[in-house]
Design a protein around this ligand. Structure first.
Ligand code: ARG
Ligand code: ZN
Ligand code: CA
Length: 229
């Protein structure tokens, strides 16, 4: 690969209560999830290197750290490390309110400059390898959220309308794929839906690819927004 970037990872484990409580995933689960993303991003020349793990007991962050909440802002303000190139990952429980049932969410590269403290990926702790969430416990939630973190949109972004996900070799898709459909074609324009794409919504064992157009976009987004310290 021409492109070669190593992204430092700071992984923040948020637990529901004391040190042995819910959410306290193991170091080996974290390493297993990083192995998953390193494999899934291997064609891009992007590598993810673990720099540190923090562990925090905070029942409120664990339960309520959904997108755009002041709680997630507090959590990141206290824990975030590194600059624009550093990927901070928070594992939480998404128990309450609007975050209930969420698998994860992420900020986009272009938002870093305006809100550096908010930058990062937040995922449900039971989506890591060996987690207890059926169909979503192979670590692909992290692959998907990191896709957003390097500037990719969903394959179904904008439905059948241009510019969709701003990637030329991903056909437009009217609706997300759930489960693992054999095949699907939801727009009248040519091209089957990319049901196995990491930026769609299929089950973990159904997700297996980025297109070369997506890889070109992430390389360009990383180069533009995430190579600084
Ligand atoms: N729904 C979440 C999002 O839009 C994550 C989807 C992850 N899918 C999976 N198979 N793990 O960011
Ligand atoms: Zn997404
Ligand atoms: Ca597209």
């Amino acid at each position: 690969e021409v492109f070669n970037a190593t992204i430092p990872i700071y992984w923040h484990v948020i637990c529901a209560g004391d040190a042995i409580s819910e959410g306290n995933i193991s170091d080996s689960q974290i390493e297993a999830n990083l192995d998953v993303i390193n494999k899934d991003y291997s064609a891009s020349g992007v590598r993810y290197a673990l720099e540190g793990i923090t562990r925090t007991a905070n029942a409120s962050w664990f339960a309520n750290a959904g997108p755009q909440t002041s709680l997630q802002a507090d959590m990141k303000k206290e824990l975030r490390q590194g600059g624009a190139n550093a990927l901070n990952i928070y594992t939480v429980g998404f128990r309450n309110g609007p975050s209930r049932g969420l698998l994860g969410y992420s900020t986009f590269p272009s938002a870093y400059q305006g809100a550096p403290q908010d930058d990062g990926v937040v995922i449900l702790y039971s989506t890591v390898p060996g987690g207890d969430l059926p169909k979503f416990n192979l670590g692909k939630t992290l692959t998907h959220e990191v896709g957003h973190w390097v500037g990719l949109y969903h394959t179904f972004e904008g439905g059948c309308l241009e510019p969709g996900d701003y990637v030329d070799d991903t056909p437009p898709e009217a609706l997300p794929s759930f489960g693992c459909p054999a095949s699907k074609h939801t727009c009248t324009s040519p091209g089957m839906d990319l049901v196995h794409n990491f930026m769609d919504y299929a089950d973990d064992d159904c997700m297996s690819e980025f297109t070369s157009g997506q890889i070109a976009r992430m390389v360009s987004q990383i180069s533009t927004y995430r190579l600084g310290p």
